[in-house]
Design a protein around this ligand. Structure first.
Ligand SMILES: [Zn+2]
Ligand SMILES: [Zn+2]
Length: 154
């Protein structure tokens, strides 16, 4: 199980290598389309949706289907190489840059999602564990509000 004590990994190159390694070790072929999807996920801090990944890949490989994106995401999820953030109202968004649980801030107006830099998660996790007696395995913490850009446009 992934713990939140894993250090933040924001190097896109390293993430891409890890993803390729995980896929290759299971015998999966790396098609040019699949590589394009991995690159978007490894580098992106924007937590893209399936649709926006599809749009970006289609710009380079016009025949790429939405099903190909879904299949690759499902595979990466199984391998622990991407974090899926499901939202009842907006569908799912994906983080391949930090594939382990971490807090998110979500703009309720434009849908921007960012990773806040926070040192206090492991402290909070310890407190929760001590107070409840639970062995915490993972967490989901979302903050909602207006991003700086949307505040300007108000
Ligand atoms: Zn916004
Ligand atoms: Zn994230």
């Amino acid at each position: 199980m992934k713990s939140d004590r894993q250090p933040p990994m924001t190097d896109g190159k390293q993430r891409l290598e890890n993803m390729l390694e995980a896929l290759k070790s299971r015998g999966y072929r790396i098609t040019p389309q699949r590589l394009a999807i991995l690159k978007i996920l490894a580098q992106s801090r924007g937590h893209p949706s399936v649709e926006s990944i599809h749009k970006e890949v289609k710009a380079v490989f016009p025949t790429t289907s939405l099903a190909t994106i879904y299949k690759t995401l499902t595979l990466l999820k199984e391998l622990g190489q991407v974090l899926e953030l499901g939202f009842a109202d907006w569908g799912s968004r994906y983080d391949g840059n930090r594939p382990y649980p971490h807090p998110h801030i979500i703009c309720t107006k434009c849908g921007a999602i960012v990773d806040p830099e926070s040192e206090s998660m492991s402290v909070m996790t310890q407190e929760m564990s001590q107070a409840s007696g639970f062995r915490i395995t993972h967490h989901r913490l979302d903050f909602f509000g207006l991003c700086p850009q949307c505040q300007k446009e108000e």
